[in-house]
Ligand binder design. Sequence first.
Ligand code: NAD
Length: 354
Amino acid sequence: MPNILVTGGAGFIGANFVLLARSQKWANVVNLDKLTYASNLETLAELQNDENYHFVSGDISNLELVSYLLEQYQSDAIINFAAESHVDRSILSPEDFIQTNVVGTFKLLEASKTYWQKLSSQKQQQFRFLHVSTDEVYGSLSPTDPAFREDTPYAPNSPYAASKAASDHFVRAYYHTYGLPTLTTNCSNNYGPRQFPEKLIPLIILNALEGKSLPIYGDGQNVRDWLYVTDHCEAIYLVLKEGKVGETYNIGGLNEQTNLSVVEKICAIFDKLAPKSNFLHSSLITFVKDRPGHDRRYAIDCSKIKQELDWQPKENFDSGLLKTVQWYLDNSAWIESVRSGTYQNWIKRNYDSR
Ligand code: NAD
């Protein structure tokens, strides 16, 4: 089984990937995560006795630490999930995004290049650096524009998208300049269990649960493509195993939805779950002032990964949404720990003193 250094594996997609990698025996995993507000180690509690899983608290910008981990665990691959990932936060505080998404990725590339150059030629051919990125790097589409392809020019509009675009360019450059065997995936919006409740779907689920207002930016007609997180994780694993070095792969859900329609679908689920409540959950919908520079539409053309690697999304949006709502209903302790600050105090006690 390969040894993979996963970064950001205590966040939403990274944690889902780590759990699958261990349960499906895809790989032995070392998980390097800085444990920002968006992380939750409780998500990974079931791995605490797994001797082929190791957690390390640390920053991807720490070149020495990353170099040490690559060597120590004889890594066959590195998958970079670590990022500052929330667009609204990037508008308020872009510097954190430059530090982690751009500088951090650069440091990972540097450490990987040095490590890779010292490997035997056989191991060099097997090594992979897989960078997980977003469709937001391509900018915004009008309703009639064709979906983003891998050769769509980059046109990032938010500080988050700009920082991810910059990191993608560095990954590309390390392949072309140094021959480092890199792969990049650009994916649409993910949803599913274990997502921090600042993103649209978990925010709406938790507010609906508490009967609070359901905020939607602008007129609610912004369109996103939604992919169930497990489908994304499986696509990443496939690209890691079979993707052509130096290439990028778009990953999408073939599932364009307006934000309003997503929220209405969640409301309909709650109406069914609580049929005796004396109001329709859609009455909680509130339109709020739009996000500055809010991209109108994202859509992904994922025909390349379908044709070359035979991947396509499996989860249907309605059933995936139902499963997601059910997960949040079943995991109130997880929600409470993320929201109450208990978790942040726990991190402080366990990691800040080291
Ligand atoms: P997330 O915010 O839920 O998790 C990010 C994780 O990275 C957290 O555990 C955090 O502690 C860690 N981290 C942040 N800075 C770090 C640093 N300097 N060093 C080490 N760890 C650090 O993000 P996510 O939604 O799981 O996204 C994972 C990746 O996928 C990101 O690169 C993101 O750009 C990309 N992506 C996300 C989506 C989506 O819909 N969520 C879609 C496409 C691509």
